[in-house]
Design a protein around this ligand. Structure first.
Ligand code: 0PR
Length: 377
């Protein structure tokens, strides 16, 4: 650190220089994040100094958190669900599995996750000393329930289903997993980090949330399709005793039994989540999701016109285009300033059509993709 401080102008100049190195979102097709909704930014700024780690000092912020949790609980089909706002999908998944492990009271257990599970589950295995068993997928890239069943034994503390897989945006058969969990007397955690703010606004009668019997907890991320500021995550439990299993004891705080994984945590995130949900309402979110789905369909039909097929018909706003060497195509597209990602199996180019993407950019992207593929042919 320097001995003497800089002027405000010098600091700001230094910051702007670095900010200039960051990419703007418009040509990013690889991210599950998007610029926060303007109302989220305003809310965030207003609550920047608040700390939900000591909620008695910030009762207004704490009320916003409770109300945001209640809105999400209602969205997920169980208005009485309890939970808290986390830093994102990783924390929510850790905490859900920690609650399941504590309910099982075992220290050498296992969990069964789909092969498509997010890498946060590998961290969970390490952190919570659980064996991570990976179940096969079917031809549609949904988890094969019979494979899950085969992997369960008396040491299994939870099974996991994904409502919106990271790579393909697929939804596992949560209702069938729920029945299996009930029959086996174990938890079913649903990772809807991405799908949580998409699936409720799609037409169709999915049973993937608390409406499916046997679902004990759900991860839902406002900082992805919820358009809140980072870090904004959510974790909900069907039964309040599962949330209690996360409590620590801190008698000197204004809340003696905090449940979050982190100590100090941002009230600004709670304000941002509360603000976007109230500002947009179900009608506003439906428009956002409709538009992202329109763009996904536009991407797929444009790809078909240049001879590329999707791996699956998009269930959500994740489009995967099947090809042999997606990493090389990705590198070529980078030269046209497009950021895309790739999948491992089956091999594909992965595109996420987030609220920041426009139809003009989808068309420009498709034209560049066609050029890249022609050059490689
Ligand atoms: N569960 C699922 C299904 C996810 O897709 C993700 C993240 C998580 C859990 C973990 O969430 P946090 O990252 O909030 O802890 N999915 C994206 C991914 O890993 C996150 C992401 C977002 C990556 C923006 C890159 C990026 O630019 O691909």
């Amino acid at each position: 650190m320097r001995d003497l401080g800089l002027s405000e102008e010098e600091v700001m100049r230094g910051l702007q220089k670095m900010r200039g190195k960051d990419l703007s979102y418009d040509r990013i097709l690889s991210s599950m994040c998007t610029p926060p909704h303007p109302i989220a930014l305003k809310a965030h700024q207003t609550f920047q100094e608040t700390n939900l780690g000591d909620p008695g000092l910030f009762p207004g912020s704490a009320e916003l958190e409770q109300q945001a949790v209640r809105m999400m609980a209602e969205l997920l089909g169980h208005p009485n669900a309890t939970g808290y706002l986390s830093t994102g999908g990783t924390e929510s998944n850790i905490q859900a599995i920690r609650a399941a492990r504590n309910a099982h009271n075992s220290r050498d257990g296992n969990i069964v996750v789909p092969k498509s599970a997010h890498f946060s589950f590998d961290k969970i295995g390490d952190l919570l000393c659980l064996e991570i068993r990976k179940a096969d997928l079917d031809g549609d890239l949904k988890v094969d329930v019979s494979s899950v069943e085969e992997l369960i034994d008396e040491k299994t503390v939870s099974i996991v289903g994904i409502a919106g897989t990271t790579e393909f945006g697929q939804v596992d058969p949560i209702d069938r997993l729920g029945k299996l969990a009930l029959d086996s007397g174990i938890h079913l955690h649903v990772d809807a980090a991405f799908g949580g703010f998409v699936l409720p606004f799609l037409k169709g009668s999915w049973k993937w949330d608390f409406r499916a019997e046997g679902v004990t907890s759900i991860t839902i991320d406002p900082h992805k399709m919820g358009m809140a500021t980072i870090p904004g995550g959510g974790l909900l439990f069907r039964h309040s005793e599962d949330l209690e299993r996360l409590a620590a004891y801190a008698p000197y705080l204004t809340m003696a039994r905090p449940k979050a994984l982190t100590g100090t945590r941002s009230g600004a995130a709670a304000a941002a989540i509360w603000a976007v949900m109230n500002y947009l309402g179900k009608e506003g979110f439906t428009k956002v999701v409709d538009s992202c789905m329109d763009l996904s369909r536009r991407m797929v039909s444009g790809a078909r016109e240049i001879g590329i097929e999707p791996v699956i018909e998009p269930v959500m706003n994740v489009v995967t285009l099947r090809m042999d060497h997606p990493e090389e195509v990705r590198a070529d597209l980078l030269e046209c300033c497009w950021r895309v990602s790739t999948t491992r199996s089956p091999k594909a180019l992965r595109l996420i059509l987030m609220p920041h993407t426009t139809s003009e950019n989808v068309d420009l992207f498709l034209a560049d993709l066609e050029d890249v593929l022609k050059r490689r042919a």
